[in-house]
Design a protein around this ligand. Sequence first.
Ligand SMILES: O=C(O)CCC(=O)C(=O)O
Ligand SMILES: [Fe+2]
Length: 361
Amino acid sequence: MLAKAAGTAARRARHGALRQLSASAKAAEALPLVDLSRSDEEAAEELRVAAGRFGFFYVSNHGVPREVEEGAFTALASFFANEEVKGSIHQSKTGSFRGYVGPFEQGDYGMDDTDLRKDQTTQGADKEAEAKAAMDYKELFHFGTELPRDHAVYNDLLYCDNIWPNNDPSVFREPMSVYYEEVRQLSDRLLRVSALALGLEPEFFVRQASETPMTSMNCLHYPPLETGELGSQIGIGAHTDFECLTILNMRGTNDPCLEIIRPEDGAWMPVAPREGCFVVNVGDMLARWSGDTFRSTVHRAFNHPRDHRYSIAFFRGPDFDASLAPQVGNKEKYMPPVNAGKHMLARITQANPGAVAADSA
Ligand SMILES: O=C(O)CCC(=O)C(=O)O
Ligand SMILES: [Fe+2]
């Protein structure tokens, strides 16, 4: 099995860390909480501290109905169990990033210094397993903002038509779209609260993230390792998110399969799901806008040894033409300012060397 071929040192370190964590789960440091039942001004104060320290935080009282969340995860579980449906909407048939991507088809986000796959790929004896360990053991469905082909900022990588299974829309398309719209509204509120937290007028980010938003959603499945022990196969390799904010929802296990780099000491810090909460993180674009007052933190996720893990990552992006000029903080670092769309395409092609940004504005 995969985990057997993985680097033993890395695996032992991971195994030890998780075992320790479950033994002292209560003592483990947890992410801060932003409670959205409070006023925007009060929530802004919580967000300011959390985004400045970790770039990651829990969000409670977020307003997304429980049945909408459950509807999306139920639809996802049956989608990922259906090989025929997945095959029919494989990304390779779309010429874009929309649709289905299978296990070991993605990996390497240009963060190799923080990526333990480096150890794994040099230590394994079995070539095939080594090659797999270098890639993400995840499958996903991706969709996002669509624009007409004759729109001034249209390009295939960011705005092409979504591709959906050819089944009854109530089975998959509708529950996923309803969830998307709910979290999109939540992302508006979080952008307002973020603006307040930085001392900007509340609509500053929303105004620049609503016409042609480079927003998308990654719906992920991390299959279990089935080794009976905590493994080190990476589900998604070390990366930062490109956009403004990510709203992450996790299901299938309460173990902390997500890890973030703790800014104080550079150590990996496990993050467990928290009942009733989303995990929200700052992406590269909001970090730039904030002149690094907010952090865009490197993170990764592992497969669980026994459980199927599912997550939905909603990425709220800015408009293609938005200027990412820092408004506060370290303004010098990001001058002259970059255009959000061009920046996004550069990051996408860096992480996916085969992708060509045809039709880009
Ligand atoms: O599944 C997770 O916990 C993380 C997903 C993630 O980081 C992403 O899709 O960008
Ligand atoms: Fe991410």
